[in-house]
Design a binder for this molecule. Structure first.
Ligand SMILES: *Cc1c(COP(=O)(O)O)cnc(C)c1O
Length: 339
């Protein structure tokens, strides 16, 4: 008799129907170019889109169907002037004829470069609101007030939290787990450790929860989360909050069965901070790996993995998730030249 696997390799149908799989496409993995025999593999989430940072597209793959089902006409979105999320959403909302209104934190530097330039290109004047730094803690209330009382009060509107954090993006984020299992089965390998970066943490949480649903319970692995813009305690409390809010029957006894280990970035650890060594690392990665990584997330994530592999070596294969987009280097062209 054929061996029928007990664990489905695909997400349950009830979740799959929430996802637009034309956005959450399969991505390839390949060995780390500089050390092809080391057992370190890279997942090319950067190839999901030419203009949207990789992990974002997976979240949007369930967020967009949700907004469309609710017949939302106007979306308020919140972020800093260099937000990958705002740039990504602006593109996808326009594609879907949903009007974006971006609440952007006033920049210290008024020059339009990098994502600030892309946002300036993507958004019309009436789609942009600059919020002073001293008012930033009130930004959600400011956006809500405008949606309810402003020009769009008669339109169906939706407010997205900074970084799109919320349950609507989780089904899409879970496709990362599904696609890693496909990669493993095609390459006939198993990753003992998966390195993933974390901003709001939604992408990493989607991975963790997706693996819980999909994985053979006999197999264990470690999820190493590089805390680019979040703290360990917050991550864990947000994870348990999301788990409760989701209407998904998680298999019993598998909660956090894969161990989660948190890593602090080793290069310019403060979120958004930069340094000459960060840019040198960005150039080194391009030369050694042939991959143009964004300095804000992926370069820090990569440097952190390299350091972690020195202090916690592995015998078995591991996987580095490259969520970044080469567009993330745009704002740093001057800095990248000076090294
Ligand atoms: C936005 C972003 C992240 C963070 O994703 P979260 O789901 O908010 O944790 C990580 N890496 C890159 C390159 C990003 O653009």
């Amino acid at each position: 008799m054929e061996n029928t696997p007990l664990i489905p390799s695909r997400l349950p149908e009830s979740i799959r129907t929430l996802i637009d799989y034309s956005l959450a496409k399969p991505t390839r993995i390949h060995p780390l170019p500089s050390k092809p025999k080391s057992g370190i593999w890279i997942k090319r989430e950067d190839e999901l889109s030419s203009g949207i940072s990789g992990s974002k597209l997976r979240k949007y793959a369930s967020l967009l169907p949700y907004l469309k089902k609710q017949e939302v006409e106007v979306v308020a979105m919140i972020g800093g002037p260099n937000s990958n999320n705002l740039v990504g959403l602006a593109q996808l909302l326009k594609e879907n004829a949903i009007k974006p209104i971006a609440y952007i934190r006033q920049a210290g530097d008024s020059r339009k470069q990098g994502n600030a330039l892309l946002l300036d290109m993507l958004l019309k004047e009436d789609e942009t609101r600059f919020v002073a730094r001293e008012d930033w803690s009130e930004v959600e209330a400011i956006a809500n007030r405008e949606l309810q009382n402003g020009d769009f009060r008669t339109s169906k509107s939706h407010l997205l939290l900074e970084g799109c954090f919320g349950t609507e993006g989780i089904p899409g984020a879970m496709t990362l787990a599904e696609d890693i299992l496909r990669n493993e089965s095609e390459e006939k390998t198993h990753f003992e450790r998966i390195y993933i970066d974390c901003g709001t943490g939604l992408t990493a949480m989607g991975l963790i929860l997706g693996l819980e649903l999909l994985e053979d319970p006999k197999q264990q692995r470690e999820i190493a989360v590089t805390l680019i813009a979040e703290e360990e305690n917050m991550f864990l409390s947000k994870l348990s909050e999301i788990r409760k809010k989701l209407d998904i029957p998680f298999p019993e006894g598998r909660e956090n069965r894969n161990s989660i280990r948190f890593l602090k970035p080793t290069l310019s650890p403060k979120f958004g901070s930069i340094s000459a060594s960060l840019f040198k690392c960005c150039r080194d990665i391009a030369k050694t790996e042939g991959i143009i990584m964004d300095p804000t997330y992926s370069v820090k994530h990569y440097a952190t993995m390299q350091e972690d592999l020195r202090t916690s070596p592995l015998e078995k294969p591991c996987l580095f998730i490259n969520n970044g987009s080469p567009l993330g280097t745009m704002g740093f062209q001057g800095k990248l030249q000076l090294i």
